[in-house]
Design a protein around this ligand. Structure first.
Ligand code: B12
Length: 212
């Protein structure tokens, strides 16, 4: 099967055709890495969906359908890793912040960390900051990854970073990524040397792929 483009993939997502979407994924998996599939197929397809929504060419219901199929496909990329739990693995936590319903990017990032041999926990549903602090102080991840897609969420993100900075009893690494991070200057969000903005998956890969 010839590999289909991300815009053809977007069309299949919008048709809600999860089996065709899976076929496309399998064809890509013949020749591309998980990392490339995320960067070259899935992300641009969802950005295409966003552009169509912005131009009023699709409805919110269409967007929900595309999201559901896309989520299904991403889950299929999470094939069994040869993962033996042991206490030496570094731990990474990926919580969603409140009112941030865009979690597909964070989900892909969490799967990459899994591939890179980290002990990973991805919390898809938005987690209020007070519960996050309790969880972090208990599980003590080495790294916490937050995602930021919607500009109206900036104050919420700020609060999360401030609370993590002042109420966590040790010094985890905190990374912030998402659609807007590579586009604008958010350095004012950074409160200590352990916080870092990651503009794209290439930077993420070069920092963490061989550092599990
Ligand atoms: C699907 C979608 C939705 C879905 C959410 C699906 C889900 N469960 O994730 C639904 C329908 C729920 C939704 C709702 C809304 N959405 Co919406 N949505 C989108 C859409 C089309 C795709 C999002 C997506 O999955 N992209 C693909 C992923 C893979 O890309 P990504 O998130 O950027 O992630 C990549 C990188 O940024 C990075 N990354 C992401 N997170 C992290 C974290 C770390 C630590 C690191 C290192 C990297 C990293 O890795 C990923 C890999 O490439 C976008 C369009 C777009 N351009 O993204 C709009 C978009 C983000 N939404 C938008 C808006 C306005 C909304 C709503 C307010 C209204 C609406 N109905 O659309 C609500 C807000 C809900 C809320 N409170 O959060 C706007 C945001 C504009 C802005 N103001 O900033 C966009 C850009 C659409 C647009 N063109 O206007 N949305």
């Amino acid at each position: 099967m010839t590999i289909k483009s991300s815009s053809e993939f977007a069309k299949v997502l919008l048709e809600g055709d999860q089996w065709e979407a899976l076929k496309i994924l399998h064809a890509w998996q013949e020749c591309k890495s998980r990392f490339n599939i995320y960067n070259e197929l899935i992300t641009p397809a969802m950005y295409t969906v966003g552009e169509l929504w912005e131009k009023n060419e699709i409805t919110v219901a269409d967007e929900h359908l595309a999201t559901a199929v896309c989520d299904f496909v991403i889950t299929q990329t999470e094939q069994q890793f040869k993962f033996e739990k042991n206490n030496d693995l570094r731990k990474a936590l990926f919580p969603s912040i409140v009112k941030e319903h865009h979690y597909l990017g964070l989900k892909m990032v969490s799967i990459l960390f899994n591939e890179w041999n980290w002990d990973v926990r991805f919390l898809q549903s938005p987690l209020p900051i007070e519960h996050l602090i309790i969880y972090v102080n208990k599980w003590k991840p080495d790294l916490i990854g937050l995602s930021f897609s919607n500009v109206t969420q900036i104050e919420v993100l700020k609060q999360y970073l401030e609370q993590l900075h002042s109420h966590v009893c040790y010094n985890p690494e905190i990374i912030i990524g998402g659609r807007l991070i590579g586009k604008y200057d958010f350095t004012s969000l950074i409160l200590n040397d352990n916080m870092r903005l990651i503009p794209n998956l290439y930077d993420l890969q070069s920092l963490y792929k061989n550092n599990g």
